[in-house]
Design a protein around this ligand. Structure first.
Ligand SMILES: [Zn+2]
Length: 144
């Protein structure tokens, strides 16, 4: 039997991973937090989708990151070589901007090439057919 090495196939150690703390920082087990979304469940709101996308980045689930990216802004793929090591997520604000639109402000900490850095972004999300998608993001001015 051949075993795929592809990322996104978390079945091999799914049990162990499910009991571990979710990468999104919710303090809940991954199996009860972002895992159901990664397996296809719809996110209850834009903040939940944001968390699940962060977890997907942290776990190398590239397919999920792309699948939850709105088709109008979705890149053809992610640049694996530039992938940082994600250290933590803090959601600062989540607000509905319309019946099917929302924005989520967050700070994600990561390490790349041995240096710690922060990504501060206000992301826009849109809901279509009951599913939330990441649309795009703005970067608030540093020190503003
Ligand atoms: Zn989570």
């Amino acid at each position: 039997m051949k075993r795929s090495k592809a990322v996104g196939n978390g079945r091999a150690d799914g049990g162990r991973q499910a009991a571990a703390a979710c990468p999104c920082g919710s303090q809940r087990p991954y199996g009860e937090c972002c895992a159901p979304l990664h397996e296809g469940a719809a996110a209850s709101d834009a903040a939940a989708l944001m968390r699940s996308r962060y977890s997907a980045y942290a776990l190398g689930r590239e397919a999920y990151v792309l699948a939850t990216w709105h088709p109008s802004t979705r890149p053809p793929g992610l640049d694996d070589a530039a992938a940082p090591r994600w250290l933590g997520l803090q959601i600062r604000n989540h607000s509905a901007t319309g019946p099917d639109t929302a924005s989520v402000e967050f700070v994600a900490r990561y390490r790349v090439a041995g240096r710690g850095a922060r990504l501060h972004e206000v992301s826009r999300f849109v809901r279509e057919d009951g599913r939330w998608y990441y649309l795009d993001g703005e970067f608030p001015a540093v020190g503003g």
